[in-house]
Design a protein around this ligand. Structure first.
Ligand code: MN
Length: 169
């Protein structure tokens, strides 16, 4: 994702010395984790890559950190894009339950679980049918664009029946 380099007002307010250092968490009406002064975006631009029912919030985007901390929330029945890239992810589950595919392994994920996604590992997160899946994802600020699977990549992934079942779910 080609996000702008300059910090947004939400992540480093003008006159940061006087701004309150905390941005408070709250639940959105109808569910969903929100924070004051943090905008809720679509996960990705429509048509950029396949996904369903995912929102993206950038919680920390300070150039001095050299990383971004984002919060993604996948609504019940939704899923993130199946993708891979050279940059790595550090994921902390903060809400709900779901399933993940990382580098050929399919597993349940739930509250407070930590998930590491290594370089060029195919990965996807799916919420449960009746539960959202919300997670923090830390990434380097400078990073390569995600790659989507070719038909040959998908065929190779589907050789494993557990992975095939996950991708078909
Ligand atoms: Mn990714």
């Amino acid at each position: 994702m080609a996000e702008e380099r300059a910090p947004s007002p939400a992540t480093r307010p003008e006159g940061a010395g006087r701004a309150h250092p905390a941005r408070r968490a709250h639940d959105a009406p109808g569910g969903g984790q929100r924070w004051s002064e943090v905008e809720v975006h679509e996960y990705k631009a429509e048509g950029e890559a396949p996904f369903r029912e995912v929102t993206r919030q950038v919680l920390f985007d300070d150039p001095d950190l050299a990383c971004q901390v984002r919060y993604f929330e996948v609504a019940p029945g939704g899923w993130s894009t199946l993708e891979r890239h050279e940059h790595v992810h550090a994921v902390v589950v903060l809400r709900g339950r779901g399933m993940a595919l990382v580098d050929g392994t399919v597993f349940d994920v739930g509250l407070n679980d930590l998930v590491s996604v290594g370089p060029m590992a195919w990965h996807q997160f799916r919420a449960g049918a009746d539960e959202p899946l919300g997670f923090l994802c830390v990434v380097n600020h400078e990073r390569d664009r995600p790659q989507l699977p070719s038909e040959a990549d998908l065929a190779a992934l589907r050789v494993d029946p557990t992975v095939a079942a996950f991708l078909a779910s």
